[in-house]
Design a protein around this ligand. Structure first.
Ligand code: GDP
Length: 212
């Protein structure tokens, strides 16, 4: 298979933070949402995708960790996209009330966002999907949202275990999975290619992709 050309980002900027659905900005460009358990490596992935150190750190500043943070990204040859950083879930140290608060805002967003093309579910390549991740993928299937999985931190696996681990995650969840590591950026270009392909689909074509 030929190596995809690296995706180049012309510009990336923080767009808005929404703690309530009515604070979401108008949906005017293809959007990709990123979800995962707290600490899985979501910020590191987003930072690597946009190639801007510091930009995504906005999402982890006090008061912003429980909201949806949106970033506007201008991709060379493709145009403007929006990346939505969803609050991390499943973190034992947050209060029960905080854990419950993941639901309404995110569910409303996932169910009603017109321009949302795909949801990237991030899992730790070594641990594989946890029950929270399985529930999210099942939920996305039930609302007919396209999901794809990023198996991150593949640098922590011996090289010959990476492909089988990613394949097992894809088979277990029934969605395509992409290996990635923020340490070297390996997997970034293949992932961008898949993300841009999802963005090119019409909003009406939201069915799940065939499993890998
Ligand atoms: P978030 O809470 O999901 O946004 O996770 P972060 O991106 O803040 O990462 C959580 C921790 O995992 C940090 O200590 C990161 O340095 C580390 N981390 C993130 N991605 C990788 C990766 O690909 N490989 C390794 N080895 N560590 C990573």
């Amino acid at each position: 298979m030929s190596t995809p050309a690296p995706t180049r980002i012309r510009e990336a900027a923080f767009l808005a933070g929404a703690a309530r659905a009515d604070q979401l900005p108008a949906d005017d460009a293809p959007e990709l949402a990123f979800a995962g358990r707290s600490n899985v490596g979501k910020s590191s992935l987003l930072q690597s995708l946009v190639g801007r150190r510091g930009l995504v750190r906005i999402s982890s500043t006090p008061g912003r960790t429980r909201q949806i943070n949106l970033f506007s990204v201008d991709v060379v040859d493709t145009g403007r996209l929006v990346l939505a950083d969803l609050p991390g879930y499943g973190f034992a140290r947050v209060s029960k009330a905080e854990r419950r608060s993941w639901g309404p805002l995110v569910e409303q967003y996932l169910e009603s966002r017109g321009t949302l093309r795909a949801v990237v579910v991030i899992v730790d390549a070594r641990r594989g999907p946890e029950p929270d991740d399985e529930q999210l993928v099942e939920y996305l299937r039930s609302i007919e949202r396209r999901a794809l999985v990023v198996a991150t931190k593949i640098d922590k696996l011996p090289k010959n275990r990476v492909k089988p681990a990613v394949q097992a995650i894809a088979a277990g969840l029934g969605v395509r999975a992409y290996g990635f590591t923020a340490v070297t950026g390996a997997g970034r270009d293949d992932l961008w290619t898949a993300l841009l392909r999802s963005c090119a689909r019409s909003a009406n074509d939201r069915g799940p992709p065939p499993s890998a």
